[in-house]
Write a protein that binds this ligand. Sequence first.
Ligand SMILES: [Zn+2]
Length: 177
Amino acid sequence: MKVTKVCCQGCGADLDVDEGIRFVTCNFCGARLEIVHDDTVTHSRLLEKIGRQTDAMAGDLKVIRLQNELEQLDREWQADSQRFMVTGKNGQASAPNPVAGILMAIVGIAFGIFWIGQTSRMGAPAFFPLFGFVFIAAAAFGAFRNLAKSSGMNQARSGYERRRRHLLEQIERAGGR
Ligand SMILES: [Zn+2]
């Protein structure tokens, strides 16, 4: 049987192919090839199926890349969200709670007013009632800081969630999940 040289369309290797054979698998890259005999030349053609497998593989790679991006995004948010955290009484960090912050401020301000009233009535030295004002100012400042952090965190979180949703949509479209 006559042997012809055919260039593999998958990897470019020279393959020795018996003339009568129509389909061949490349020894080098494993591509399934159709041997096409034209009038003048014999060449190989990658089978459709391989093309689709390659597409699927490219799709898988895209999914993996997107999933890595998603993990990266989550990690970045984990790190980024720390700067909005408030430290609680026991030293543990937690997300700012604006309602709790306002309630604490109200209690603090009420105590300050009570303190000023009591110390004034008892005729205590002037710096005693003044402590009450310091207390009120501290409570108001705490609530303000808490609100600012909380709104900053909400803004950053909505940006993070938007990017995350976008990535998830891309993953879904690429055939993952
Ligand atoms: Zn090949």
